[in-house]
Design a protein around this ligand. Sequence first.
Ligand SMILES: C[S@@+](CC[C@H](N)C(=O)[O-])C[C@H]1O[C@@H](n2cnc3c(N)ncnc32)[C@H](O)[C@@H]1O
Length: 403
Amino acid sequence: MGAPLMQGWLVPPPSSPEPERPAWRQALDARIDRWMAAPALYRWAVSNPLTRWFTRRRAERLFGLMAGFVHSQVLLACVRLGVLERVFERPRTLDELATLTGVPAPALDRLLRSAVAIELLALRGGGRFGLGPLGRPVASDPGLRAMIEHDAVLYEDLRDPLALLGASGPAGMHGYWLYTEGSEAQRTRQWSPEQVARYSQLMGQSQRFLIDELLAAYPFDDHACVLDVGGGQGGWVRALARHAPGLKLHMFDLPPVAHLARTQVAQAGLEHRIEVHGGSFAHDALPRGADLVTLLRVAHDHPDEVVRPLLAAIHAALPPGGTLLLAEPMAEPDGSPSAADAYYHFYLMAMGAGRLRTPAELMALMAEAGFSHMELVPNPMPLHGRILIGRKCAGTQHSVNKS
Ligand SMILES: C[S@@+](CC[C@H](N)C(=O)[O-])C[C@H]1O[C@@H](n2cnc3c(N)ncnc32)[C@H](O)[C@@H]1O
């Protein structure tokens, strides 16, 4: 039962924090900091042709950090005004775009030139603007545009980053993702159908990127039955149904989301292939019978106290030899963090309860739940999510802690 182990990268268990550096090394670090921060060194370095490139690059990178918020707003304005789709139809002049967007030409000119500077747009001759290299994927993908529009909620939360760090008020992101209110709210609160539909639709639109990664990286048709936990509107199970015609499929999500998923499954004519279950993994048993459970972009929304019993419940629901596939954005291992980590650290903090974990941290949680033979499965675009698998060995049974 189950797919053979993939050619993945085995990840070492989470290491303890980096050991204290010896005193001589700390003194050297402090001296380098003082030396590199000295205005005199800066003046010397920019006047010297051999070192100028290094100092320029550092200044440009730092300026890039300062300008980052402006760049995000230029992108958001282009998306809100539909500028990218307009120039995708055909290159257009400033006056044409001013008429189409209703923004006065002098102000729009600044937006368009800013968009050229950050490669969303490009000059196409004759005073016309066309798509730049970074504008092309945005113009062609409504899901990406929905995510950019959604980021406005995060920008609002980040207007005062210290307030967010001090959790001095409820973040807008926390209100957007209703289920981050906690398990008691999931049991008792009547959420507005519009709010549930809003977050579920956004997830559905952005899930396509992860679906492509999964289908490219893992042999799903080696399994007989798949359960997707926290499956949203069922975009993944519907894609799997089309990809692997022999698979039996289940998905599980909170009742109002499961209701939306049922409609989507019925519209796709897949009721005979996909069974949709409504419930909360905080209170309800997971459906049995699947030899593969998928958990996509769910663990990072929750603290360890929620993820531990969830993984244990998945382990209990699987037969011996069954597999868990967990996929979501993950932090780069210590020592080589990527700039995307900063985005996810703050996004998940604004959501309220979850956190960005390294593959090794997730594997440690999976191991606690009883999984073994864990691997990080290579996938083409880790920015969209990384993929971990773990196996339930014959004879292992862990109790599910629902506290
Ligand atoms: C970030 S979304 C991911 C949805 C989907 N897996 C994807 O990748 O697009 C997290 C999903 O987990 C569901 N969820 C959150 N708490 C849950 C719970 N206690 N029980 C069941 N599902 C839950 C949410 O309703 C939501 O659909």
